[in-house]
Design a protein around this ligand. Structure first.
Ligand code: PHE
Length: 343
């Protein structure tokens, strides 16, 4: 009994109908209107599934619960397939990707002029056998002052205005801190440079900021003399400003070097004749330097009878501004790409 009608209401036929409906609902090009049509065709009042339900009465009674369950499951599956589809905008009929289009250009980054200048300086010193060292920007008073022969209450602290965070924790106001940290961690021979940020509570103007960059240098070995200092700094100046640059050493004072010097180079704009860049002087100051004070060696436990050394420190922004003819260092921190792209 029922064999004639069961041909259209078997687990296979239900499955087949369900698969067809799901495939149509999942079609990549289906529009919302298409989906509605699928719903009407299968789930509507006169839909194909409803028609199958109506044949349930002629199914053998013992099969009826099974077939009924299969029909319910098929209805749910089809409903889900229709719902799971977001109401996609009408999908275009053309291929999703046009292989004939030219590729998109990726924007190319570049180094910030400050880092670019640090890299240029590093290159010169690396050729002279220097390694690169780093130290923390949040620093202890000990490394920023005390071990650099600047005891508490000493007047020379005034020349290093400093941001303090706690009693003896501060934002380093010079990269000379890395001299001490390097000597603490190793024995001579030492030949390092240390670039990095330093902080000072200066009023911001064209040539001052509360944050700027320094590049420190330190050489310690047996028999190091001021002639070595002059040679290294001259090589540096020639590397940066060209083979004809001249150098001038002026006596100066730093608590951690003795003797101390300030170093000028002949103005690379006018060649020393005097112009607006060098303010008619013909010379431009680029760094401070000197022979490591024996007191500093005492703090790191070096024998100052055996070892001598020299140190130098330069302001990176200063070198950069002179290299590129920039007259206001605030431009470097404004992040204006129209400015930065020029370098
Ligand atoms: N640390 C000094 C400054 O900030 C510069 C310096 C470094 C001088 C090393 C001598 C030796 O002014």
């Amino acid at each position: 009994m029922g064999e004639t009608t069961q041909g259209s209401l078997t687990p296979e036929s239900i499955r087949e109908l369900q698969d067809r409906a799901v495939a149509e609902a999942a079609s990549a090009t289906a529009t919302p209107a298409d989906l509605e049509a699928v719903r009407v065709r299968y789930l509507g009042r006169k839909g194909l599934l409803r028609e199958m339900y109506s044949q349930l009465g002629v199914v053998a009674p013992e099969q009826r619960p099974i077939i009924g369950q299969l029909l319910n499951a098929a209805r749910q599956t089809i409903e889900q397939a229709l719902q799971g589809r977001p109401a996609a905008p009408a999908a275009p009929s053309r291929p999703a990707f046009d292989f004939t289009l030219p590729g998109r250009k990726l924007p190319r980054g570049r180094l910030h002029p400050i880092n670019d200048t640090i890299e240029a300086i590093k290159d010169i010193f690396k050729r002279l056998g220097f390694e690169v060292a780093f130290g923390p920007e949040v620093e202890l008073d000990y490394y920023n002052f005390e071990a650099l022969n600047i005891p508490a209450d000493h007047p020379s602290r005034d020349s290093f205005d400093t941001f303090f965070l706690h009693d003896d924790v501060l934002l380093r106001s010079q990269t000379s801190t890395v001299q001490i940290r390097t000597m603490e961690n190793r024995r001579p021979p030492i030949r390092v440079i240390a670039p990095g940020k330093v902080y000072r509570p200066d009023t911001v103007d064209a040539t001052h900021g509360f944050l700027f960059h320094q590049l420190e240098g330190l050489v310690v070995d047996e028999g190091v003399t001021m002639a070595d200092l002059k040679y290294v700094l001259h090589e540096f100046a020639r590397g940066l400003y060209g083979p004809d640059v001249k150098m001038r050493f002026r006596p100066s004072f730093f608590p951690f070097t003795e003797p101390s010097v300030e170093v000028d180079v002949s103005c690379f704009v006018c060649g020393g004749k005097g112009c607006s860049v060098c303010k008619r002087a013909g010379w431009i100051e680029i760094l401070g330097a000197g022979m490591v004070d024996p007191n500093v060696f005492r703090y790191v436990g070096y024998d100052s009878e055996r070892y001598t050394g020299f140190a130098f420190g330069m302001g990176v922004e200063r070198v950069l501004m002179r290299r590129h003819g920039i007259n206001d260092m605030r431009l470097l921190l404004e992040n204006d790409l129209r400015f930065l792209r020029q370098f």
